[in-house]
Design a protein around this ligand. Structure first.
Ligand SMILES: Nc1ncnc2c1ncn2[C@@H]1O[C@H](COP(=O)(O)OP(=O)(O)OP(=O)(O)O)[C@@H](O)[C@H]1O
Ligand SMILES: [K+]
Ligand SMILES: [Mg+2]
Length: 677
């Protein structure tokens, strides 16, 4: 996906040229009122031209040229949209290759493996995938750890780790397992897979106009109606003053006055914005979210796996007074045996390596497992009369109070020591008594500080939210350079924080990967789920980052801002460039009867016909000329919104007035040189 295509790839241009003709279908054109008016005008002039042929009325050469250029205007606008779509279509073709049918190894009820075609897999089926095999469908790893080649969807060749239990459990059909064996629970039916959705997305099949686009379209339609009335009512005046105008001239005037530039490029700008996101390996399911990204005020990120690498590993056991290290390790290991989270597994490993504890078979023991949840923030086991719990400090402290005991001072100081270093302390308790602390180590990802600085320059406040304790949170927040943090947050706290910000009128973006992030991802205006994250997170957000990079929001915001700026700039340009056309056409229409109007002919255009023709030609060519800008977007540099607005008004407003004067004059000179009028 990350392969960059040049803007005017010849294959895309060829496909777009054909599509431009196909889009002439009035039912398609009707969705774009401004260009629909131009099409109706072109049909009208074409009919008149044919009747002129028989009646020998009119100025055939002039009328023919106007008619042709009117059709070109429509075609150029269609071409712009088709070019924007064409890039997505090329990407969809590449994705279809990744969708090939494979053989799946389904685990049946009896635990036996049967071979079935991947297209027969349904939700909740379990499949085993071994090294070298293609993962047959989207799902969640429920057993094992493997390295996976996801280049088919990300274009990135470095393998990624996917494992059961944690926040890196999602796998995508069409990617390949490189090492080890995993068991996957299928989470989507055929035709509803991630790649299917991705294809529909990049092809624009699901694209809907955003509320902003709809509003702008209404404004443009309003302008079109006003100019239509103005032109229609002009004729009686023209007749009264003894200079009745031909339909060709009237339609030319109308087409030049209505906002054809932005009308022709509007949808291309939107499609290109989505496409730019895809180039950055981000899939947005809503255009509205892309626009919201351009105006984001606050970014919330979770800590583990987002700001930190997220592979929290047990590094040390710190026993309470009167407890031996072996005793603590034994309890920690026993409670972690059935704990499939990466944290749980690493505790079993550390106990085995450091304290020579053999991983025991739980099968023979009568044990009841208490799984970890983000709400209770602890996990544990009931076995042989032993009741063991491990978890976040505040959670275990509360648990101890319920059992008539409390956290010893020595354990508290171990907790603080671990937390101050940025580690996560897990307190272990057995039968209502604290045994000590497990130090889980995690590291902040590289380059975070610089990235957060960039976000600050864009005017975005970053807030880290974590289920971890305040001391650890503070240490990591300082190291990563976020503006603020919220600790000991349960899933609902994350969502409430977003609601509070939104109530203050702020637009909130959130990146996350865990099931506990899902409610917050759904609530945020821009919810970016990591592709590595859980299915729940991916479904809750409105964007997925295939690279699972939490600071991708910088690019997402830049693309959103660029989209809004490009639309604003071209709207300004479109409306201001009509001024010059007015100066070209009005004198040409009436100079014969009102010689004083010649004063308006400041461009000194050759004659009336050449003036009108030049304006119409310029009006058509400017659409083509601006296609690269519409597709690429105007340049974006981090600066304040007001500075940006001032700069754009100057460049595109003033430019929009000046450029057409030069352009129309040049076209007029060319027309004279070629004896076209
Ligand atoms: N397997 C586990 N068993 C017991 N307690 C755990 C386990 N994993 C994590 N914890 C504790 O629960 C807390 C909350 O975990 P949770 O996954 O909700 O948030 P987090 O991963 O710390 O933060 P973030 O929201 O940034 O990912 C952790 O900080 C840790 O103290
Ligand atoms: K126009
Ligand atoms: Mg987490």
């Amino acid at each position: 996906m990350s392969k960059r295509r040049s803007l005017f790839d010849s294959k895309i241009v060829r496909r777009a040229s054909v599509d431009a003709l196909r889009k002439l279908n009035p039912r398609v054109m009707m969705k774009n009122p401004v260009m629909f008016v131009v099409e109706v005008g072109s049909v009208l002039t074409t009919c008149l031209l044919v009747s002129d042929l028989f009646t020998h009325h009119g100025h055939f050469r002039f009328d023919l040229q106007i008619t042709l250029w009117l059709w070109f205007t429509v075609l150029f606008a269609n071409f712009a949209e088709a070019m924007a779509e064409g890039r997505g279509k090329a990407q969809a073709d590449a994705l279809r290759l990744a969708k090939s049918e494979t053989t799946a190894h389904r685990v049946n009820k009896a635990g036996e493996i049967e071979e079935v075609p991947s297209s027969h897999l349904r939700k909740e089926d379990k499949v085993r995938v071994v090294a070298g095999q293609m993962i047959p469908g989207d799902g969640e790893v429920i057993e094992g750890v493997a390295s996976v080649d996801e280049s088919a969807i990300t274009g990135e060749s470095a393998p990624v780790i996917r494992e059961a239990g944690g926040d890196r459990s999602a796998v995508t059909g069409g990617t390949r397992v490189l090492s080890d064996v995993i068991t996957v629970r299928i989470t989507s039916n055929p035709g509803e897979t991630f790649i299917d959705r991705m294809i529909a997305l990049v092809e624009g099949a699901e694209r809907q106009k955003t509320p902003n686009e709809i509003a702008l379209n209404i404004l443009l339609s309003g302008l079109t109606i006003i100019f239509l009335l103005a032109v229609v009512t002009l004729q009686p005046f023209a007749m009264y003053s003894g200079a009745p105008q031909t339909v060709f001239v009237l339609i030319s005037l109308l087409v030049c006055l209505i906002p054809t530039t932005i009308g022709g490029l509007l949808s291309a700008i939107g499609i290109a914005g989505m496409d730019r996101l895809v180039q950055h390996n981000v899939l947005a399911t809503s255009g509205r979210a892309v626009e919201a990204a351009g105006d984001v005020n606050t970014l919330l990120l979770d800590k583990t796996g987002t700001i930190t690498i997220g592979n929290r590993q047990a590094a040390e056991f710190l026993p309470a007074p009167g407890v031996s290290a072996d005793q603590l390790a034994d309890a920690a290991q026993l409670s972690s045996l059935p704990d499939e989270t990466p944290e749980g597994r690493s505790i079993v490993v550390l106990a085995k390596e450091k304290y020579n504890l053999r991983a025991r078979e739980l099968g023979q023991m009568k044990a009841e497992f208490v799984p970890f949840s983000a709400t209770t923030r602890m996990s544990g086991i009931e076995v042989d009369g032993r009741s063991i719990r491990k978890g976040a400090v505040d959670a275990i402290a509360r648990y101890l109070v319920e059992h008539g005991s409390e956290l010893p001072a020595q354990v508290r100081s171990s907790v603080e020591e671990v937390a101050r270093s940025g580690g996560t302390p897990l307190v272990v308790a057995e039968n209502g008594r604290a045994l000590g602390v497990i130090h889980l180590k995690d590291v902040v990802k590289g380059g975070m500080k610089e990235r957060f600085e960039q976000l600050r320059a864009m005017g975005i406040r970053t807030v880290m939210i974590t289920g971890d304790n305040p001391l650890t949170a503070a240490a990591i927040a300082r190291e990563a350079g976020v503006d603020d943090f919220l600790a000991e947050a349960k899933p609902k706290d994350k969502m409430d924080l977003i609601k509070r910000e939104q109530a203050e009128g702020k637009l909130v973006a959130m990146t996350g990967d865990g099931t506990n992030d899902a409610p917050a991802l759904a609530q945020a205006d821009v919810g970016v789920a990591m592709n590595s994250g859980t299915q729940a997170a991916k479904e809750a957000g409105n964007m997925v980052d295939l690279d699972s990079n939490p600071t991708k929001l910088i690019e997402i915001v830049a693309i959103g801002k660029q989209l809004l700026m490009t639309r604003g700039a071209l709207t300004t340009f479109s409306i201001s460039n009509d001024v010059a056309k007015y100066f070209a056409i009005i004198p040409a229409m009436f100079a014969g009867v009102f010689p004083v109007l010649n004063a308006l002919n400041i461009m000194h255009l050759h004659n009336g016909e050449s003036a009108i023709l030049s304006a119409v030609i310029f009006n058509a060519l400017v659409i083509v000329g601006l296609i690269p800008l519409a597709l690429r977007g105007v340049a974006y540099r981090p600066m304040s919104a007001e500075a940006m607005l001032r700069r754009n008004l100057l460049v595109y407003g003033l430019g929009g007035v000046i450029v057409p004067f030069l352009g129309i004059k040049l076209i007029d000179m060319a027309i004279v040189a070629l004896h076209l009028a």
